[in-house]
Design a protein around this ligand. Structure first.
Ligand SMILES: Cc1ncc(COP(=O)(O)O)c(C=O)c1O
Length: 404
């Protein structure tokens, strides 16, 4: 049995209960009707998500981890290239870069909102730099607009890791607006969570979108093109039905062709159906997350905790509320002992894990990243929290910080 907390990290089950009828109605045709429904639902989610994020294209993938790899590959990142990113993220971020054969180059982060320090990026650019991969950590928008002119000047792509930031906006637009490709994760504890794994890549670049669709689905040609069999005059239709860019069934049977080595990592239809039910509520849930944080902010303002601060244009969402304190372990354990499911996310910095032993020369020099990793404690933020839950969190946190 999972540990139960008075204030848990997520009460998505309550939301799912509230939406039970809608969810069951959405799952029904996928399970019991024609199997092609699953593909149609995914295409519907892609269209709805692209509209929500004000982008021309959205491509749904199995997880944020694989989606980042697809995004970098679509941008042409390969062996020997360098990609600038941060050290306070998930292994998915650095892993995607290494798995392309490229080298992650780590930039320090801003003390205010824990995202990439844009003033430090230019000094890290070399002749091998091909992309910048900022992370909207905890749901805080990185200042990607400030990175855009720099990227354009040096002919770099921007792939934004917005895994935690569905619902966040910056400079008046949904996060991802200034990136070439942005990735949103739908893992269960994310601001828009599925019941398993899932992610979405968004872009307004038509050729990047074509590349993403190619890579997410084996490397199938998206349109009719002469396959090797056809060139030999053997155009006997195979049994393959084909899922082209227009969705399942958009290729005529028998004209399958691979034009890239891709993966088979689309979002599955059951998760797509659940997400399609939940997407229209994202705005309301984001407001609820912000309201919870406004109350936490007011309740903890006069304590020794250092609270995140945001640029005037930044409209974060909050997967959790990441505060910085001197006695991290003590607060973390005290909160959990009081039934509050606090966690410590993205600490230590990624290069301290065994897999990267000796690999990052940046180790020891990213002073803000390292300081934050010793200080951050994440308080639960989930739209279903009650007023009492928030009051209780404030009361316990104040007491543990000796401000009670
Ligand atoms: C910042 C960040 N990027 C990428 C990922 C990977 O997303 P997923 O869990 O969907 O693979 C995560 C997962 O927690 C994350 O926190």
């Amino acid at each position: 049995m999972p540990e139960t907390f008075r204030v848990p990290r997520s009460r998505a089950n309550k939301t799912h209960q509230m939406l039970r009828d809608e969810i069951m109605a959405a799952l029904e045709p996928i399970l019991f009707d024609d199997y092609r429904n699953s593909y149609a639902i995914r295409a519907e989610l892609e269209a709805a998500f692209a509209a929500e994020m004000r982008k021309r294209h959205a491509v749904a993938a199995h997880s944020g981890t694989i989606a980042l790899l697809l995004a970098l590959r679509a941008c042409g990142i390969g062996p020997g290239d360098q990609v600038i990113t941060v050290g306070n993220s998930d292994i998915s971020t650095t892993g995607a870069i290494s798995q392309c054969g490229a080298i992650p180059v780590l930039c320090d982060v801003a003390r205010s909102d824990y995202t990439i320090d844009v003033d430090l990026v230019e000094d890290l650019i070399t002749g091998k730099t091909r992309a910048i991969l900022p992370v909207d950590l905890h749901g805080h928008p990185a200042n990607v607009r400030a990175l855009r002119p720099l990227a354009d000047r040096h002919d770099l792509k921007i792939v934004e890791d917005a895994a935690l930031a569905s619902g966040a906006c910056d400079h008046g637009a949904p996060v991802g607006a200034f990136a070439d490709v942005a990735m949103f994760s739908f893992a269960p504890f994310k601001p828009l969570g599925s019941a398993g794994n899932g992610a979405m890549l968004v872009t307004s670049d038509d050729s990047l979108a074509d590349q993403l669709r190619l890579l997410v689905s084996y490397g199938h040609a998206p349109t009719l093109s002469p396959s090797p069999k056809m060139r030999e005059g053997l155009d006997t239709p195979s049994l393959f039905m084909g899922e082209g860019a227009g969705g399942w069934g958009s290729l005529p049977p028998g004209y399958q062709n691979y034009i890239a080595e891709g993966y088979n990592v689309p979002l599955d239809g059951l998760q797509a159906a659940l997400l399609l039910v939940k997407l229209p509520y994202l705005g309301e849930w984001t407001r609820q997350r912000r309201d919870i944080v406004s109350r936490l902010e007011a309740g903890l303002a006069d304590t020794s905790a250092i609270l995140p601060r945001f640029r005037a244009e930044s409209r974060p969402t909050f997967r959790s509320y990441a505060i910085a304190v001197d006695r991290q372990g003590e607060l973390h354990q005290g909160l959990r002992a009081a039934g509050i499911e606090a966690v410590i996310h993205y600490a230590p910095p990624i290069y301290e894990y065994d897999v990267y032993a000796g690999m990052f020369p940046e180790r020891g020099s990213l002073t803000t990243t390292e300081r934050l990793a010793r200080q951050i404690v994440n308080l639960p933020v989930t739209p279903e929290l009650t007023s009492d839950d928030v009051d209780y969190m404030i009361e316990v946190t104040r007491k543990l910080l000796n401000n009670g």
